[in-house]
Write a protein that binds this ligand. Structure first.
Ligand code: FES
Length: 165
């Protein structure tokens, strides 16, 4: 004679099912994040960031003679002594490093191979083959807008390249 014991009735979710659901949810979340990142990556850049028109600020925020980095647009906005503006891409024309403005040297000084550029972006030393590229500047209602989607290559500086305020 065999004695059968009553098995407790299984209710709810067992561990295997719980782990399966948890893994599925984690993979779904990861896949969603990857898809969102991919969409952001392949979307054309426009509006407020690099690749589109960037609002740099109000004209009066930039003192004559100043060099101002606008990080969102990856450019320097130079306000010349006569009040006009130049927007120069931060990208070195040698091999593309980001060029910082070095206030103590009063020039742009590329950390990669030592190219030097004056305040108008003209090469004064090092291997860079041409001045820093410009972006078109527009002034509307007292604000400065820079089109970072249209870089302009040049071989010298001409005051006509600057936009009057
Ligand atoms: S990348 Fe700037 S000097 Fe080479």
């Amino acid at each position: 004679m065999t004695v059968q014991t009553a098995q407790p009735k299984k209710t709810g979710v067992n561990r295997r099912t719980f782990l399966g659901v948890a893994w599925g949810a984690a993979l779904l979340a990861l896949g969603g994040q990857a898809a969102a990142a991919l969409v952001r990556f392949i979307q054309p850049v426009s509006g407020a960031g690099f690749g589109g028109v960037v609002r740099a600020g109000k004209v009066d925020e930039f003192l004559p003679g100043s060099v101002n980095l606008v990080k969102a647009g990856r450019f320097f906005l130079v306000r010349r002594e006569d009040g006009s503006f130049l927007a120069m891409w931060q990208k070195c024309t040698h091999l593309g490093c980001s060029v910082p403005w070095v206030e103590s040297e009063n020039q742009f000084h590329c950390p990669c191979h030592g190219s030097l550029f004056d305040k108008t972006g003209v090469v004064t030393g090092g291997p860079a083959p041409r001045p820093l590229d410009l972006f078109p500047v527009t002034i509307r209602s007292g604000e400065v807008f820079v089109d970072t989607g249209s870089p302009i290559q040049r071989d010298h500086f001409d005051p006509k390249q600057a936009t009057k305020a």
